[in-house]
Design a protein around this ligand. Structure first.
Ligand SMILES: [Mg+2]
Length: 343
């Protein structure tokens, strides 16, 4: 189980949204070992992430034992900490960590949900999207739906935002969970005004209204917002999440396992959440990279729909009647076309 090769590539994702999610988008990492197994994981950072994997992280991994996943996490962290332990280097490390977990599952010949001590079962999923497609999502059986509205100004367009959620609530009726994602675009005053107006529509959470490091702003929102505050998709490492939890900055924490440090960190974040009595709801948790942990470790599981443009991950589990379960295959239970490595 000695690591012989470490590679990364950025598969074509034609439907990826423009901006950083394309230029610094998801990368696929592959770790090969001398016993003939290959592990796969998804990280971030685009070409910059690939560079981190194939230079600094390769120096750490080649020749190391693949089963020392946590030890290798620490070694990678120390080796790249000087680049900044949040951001591209950690996004790249996340993909490597996930590939090592995939190998761990493949060696045990078990899906990772079982390696993590859980039993495979379907969990509820929520659909993220726009107002278009709401009726379709409800027809597919989703019991929870989230709407990204960060492009709407919380001051100038508050009436339109309230009208939108009024319309959504009319369509869903009272029994569907409805969430609002402001994608870091608002200020604290706008977020509070919006929360006070939107509370009438019984929202489950208001997501990421402020920039991630506006700690004072989040502290005030936690005191004054009548809607629970969710955030964390742009936070990194269990250490980073613990700092937020110590200060009580969110009600629901949303680590992205492909960015925050991989499954090694998500397992720790779940343990921290138990200690601090807060909820975890991983970003894009319906993708296999977080789904096994959600099924195994989450006391109140809810898996967000996956990034729809990541069609190059084969055998992804599908949402059925609003629920999703990991595949039973070993590791993460997905595969990749060999052509991806011919580029
Ligand atoms: Mg979000």
């Amino acid at each position: 189980m000695i690591i012989t090769q470490l590679r990364a590539t950025q598969p074509d994702a034609d439907r990826a949204p423009q901006g950083w999610r394309r230029s610094l988008g998801q990368i696929l990492v592959r770790v090969d070992t001398d016993d003939g197994l290959s592990g796969y994981g998804v990280g971030g950072g685009g070409a910059a992430g690939i560079h981190v994997v194939e230079t600094a992280l390769r120096e750490v991994l080649i020749g190391a034992r693949a089963d020392d996943v946590e030890g290798l996490w620490d070694a990678m962290y120390r080796h790249t900490a000087a680049y900044g332990y949040k951001g591209i280097a950690m996004m790249a490390q996340s993909g490597v960590d996930l590939a090592l977990w995939d190998l761990r599952g493949k060696r045990a010949n078990k899906p990772l949900v079982e390696v993590l001590g859980g039993a495979n079962k379907a969990v509820p999923s929520y659909r993220t999207g726009g107002r278009n497609g709401l009726e379709e999502a409800l027809a597919q059986g989703y019991k929870a739906v989230k709407f990204g509205i960060g492009a709407m100004d919380a001051h100038a367009e508050l009436d339109a935002i309230a009208d939108l959620f009024g319309d959504i609530r009319t369509v869903t009726g009272p029994d569907i969970q409805v969430m609002c994602d402001a994608s870091m675009r608002w200020d604290v005053e706008g977020a509070l005004r919006a929360a006070e107006r939107l509370v009438a529509f019984d929202l489950t959470w208001l997501e990421e209204p402020l920039l991630p490091e506006d700690f004072d702003g989040y502290e005030r929102l936690m005191r004054e917002s009548p809607i629970p505050i969710a955030s964390g998709e742009h936070e990194y490492t269990a250490r980073g999440f613990e700092a937020l939890m110590q200060r009580g900055l969110h009600a629901i924490y949303q680590p992205d396992v492909c960015w925050c440090g991989g499954l090694t960190e998500l397992v720790k974040i779940y343990a921290l959440a138990k200690r601090y009595n807060v909820s975890v709801c991983p970003h894009r948790g319906g993708e296999v990279w977080a789904l096994h942990a959600i099924v195994a470790l989450d006391p109140d599981p809810l898996a967000e729909s996956g990034r729809p443009w990541m069609t190059w991950v084969r055998d992804q589990p599908r949402v059925t009647d609003g629920n999703i379960a990991p595949n039973d295959g070993p590791g993460f239970g997905v595969s990749f076309h060999d052509d991806l490595w011919a580029i």
